[in-house]
Design a protein around this ligand. Structure first.
Ligand code: S3P
Length: 442
């Protein structure tokens, strides 16, 4: 799925960013809308679907397992589902490209169907740990043979009927939670996920929306018990996908750090399990105004007006990490421009994303002349107090879209241009990132 040709790009000091943009649909919600539509009996319609490579990998896989999936227009898709329990044996290996979400969630679906699927991916995905889903799915009866270290390529031989499971998540991961819940869809009885630290809840919301019998019980200490009853029958839906807060993040930070900026980002999803960055940036002194707060497709949404601000470094509470887990790379860029020290901890999960985001961000920040120290589970950054960073370096993006976009934004506040060795990976989650940026600079 990934573009094979490297696209090096230079980003240099920017005039104020001005104007209004709409960002593409939420990646997490887009994946789930295709998967659940493909499992419903009948025709579902999705608008605002993110058409990035990751989501297209999910679409191709669901097609290979029997669903009818057609694009009708910009972000408009129609899906004919096969019904829970009726996924077909794919004829070829499922190519997951760069997408961990596709891989882990689809492994869950295959695990409780009587089909066998092989999962392959690019170099980044093939280095990521799958043991976290192999363990619970094997307990449900799936037979999984993986490459050394529990990596891709791997093969899942599903079992139907599968064995229901009650599973306590050993790490805060919405992908692991979702893999088990999706396996539970075609498993007789109750499958339960116990989640000590809340993570994004799009799967729970959407499973309920499609008519699954799913309940959530929260203990006084915040531990969530999510129970799904299989074998479920899903009813087709019409889904409107809100804009992705994780994509908005790059423009929020860009407007905060480029002097004189004043932009509006329309239709940003603000699910509380995703909105940690906005809260943290506001604590740092960021001028982010929520305009016209409303609900879209069962998710809270608002337009964001963001103005250049003098940011102050802070110590970030590790409790907010799951609600902004994908936003740390760009938060580190904001911290590099803030006044004083920003301290982050509890970020071990960043080491197993599309790249080791702690190591790659620390190396890149040093290369552009920012002051950074890497610890086992976080970065400590001493900011410039708003002055530009030196820049003048080439950054290795390591096939990680969020690393590429973060350093592109850093280039806007650098004395000498910042070159990204390859911007092609950005198409996994945000195909029009550069076009939107150009529009705001014009
Ligand atoms: C996602 C969950 C997160 C996140 C990823 C998308 C999802 O991963 O980093 O980009 O859609 O469930 P983890 O579950 O590994 O934290």
């Amino acid at each position: 799925m990934t573009d094979q040709t490297a696209r090096p790009r230079r980003f240099s000091a920017s005039a104020p960013l001005k104007g209004r943009i709409a960002i593409p649909g939420d990646k997490s919600i887009s994946h789930r809308s295709l998967m659940l539509s493909a499992l419903a009996v009948g025709t579902s319609r999705v608008t605002g679907l993110l058409e990035g490579h990751d989501v297209l990998a999910t679409a191709a896989a669901m097609r290979a397992m029997g669903a009818g999936i057609a694009r009708r227009g910009d972000g408009e898709w129609v899906i004919d589902g096969v019904g829970v329990g009726a996924l077909l044996q794919p004829r070829e290996a499922l190519d997951m490209g760069n997408s961990g979400t596709s891989t882990r969630l689809l492994m869950g679906l295959v695990a409780s169907h009587s089909i066998t699927a092989t999962f392959v991916g690019d170099a980044s995905l093939s280095g990521r740990p799958m043991g976290r889903v192999i363990d619970p799915l094997s307990q449900m009866g799936a037979d999984i043979s993986a490459s050394p270290g529990g990596r891709l390529p791997l093969m899942v031989r599903g079992l139907a009927p599968a064995i229901p499971l009650a599973y306590r998540l050993p790490m805060a991961s919405a992908q692991v939670k979702s893999a088990i819940l999706l396996a539970g869809l075609n498993t007789p009885g109750i499958t339960e996920v116990i989640e000590p630290v809340p993570t994004r809840d799009h799967s729970e919301r959407m499973l309920r929306g499609f008519g699954a019998d799913l309940s959530v019980e929260t203990e006084p200490d915040g531990t969530r018990h999510i129970r799904i009853r299989g074998e479920a029958e899903l009813k087709p839906q019409t889904i409107v996908v809100p804009g992705d807060p994780s994509s908005a993040a790059f423009f929020i930070v860009a407007a905060l750090i480029v002097p004189g900026s004043d932009i509006t980002i329309a239709n940003v999803g603000l699910n509380p399990t995703r909105a940690g960055l906005i809260e943290v940036l506001q604590q740092m002194g960021g001028d982010i105004e929520l305009v016209d707060a409303r609900e879209v497709g069962g998710e809270p949404v608002a337009d964001l007006r963001v103005r250049h601000s003098a940011l102050k470094g802070i110590e970030i509470d590790p409790a907010v990490v799951p609600s902004m887990v994908d936003e740390f790379p760009i938060l580190f860029i904001a911290a590099a421009l803030a006044e004083g020290r920003t301290v982050t901890t509890g970020l071990d999960e960043l080491r197993v994303k599309e790249s080791d985001r702690l190591a790659v961000m620390a190396t890149g920040l040093q290369a552009i002349g920012a002051r950074v120290e890497e610890s086992e589970d976080g970065l400590i950054i001493d900011g410039t107090g708003g002055d530009p960073v030196p820049g003048g370096a080439t950054i290795a993006g390591h096939l990680d879209h969020r690393i590429c976009m973060s350093f592109a934004v850093a280039g806007l506040v650098s004395k000498a241009p910042v070159e990204i060795d390859d911007m092609a990976p950005v198409a996994t989650s945000f195909p029009n990132f550069e076009a939107l940026l150009e529009g705001l600079r014009a």
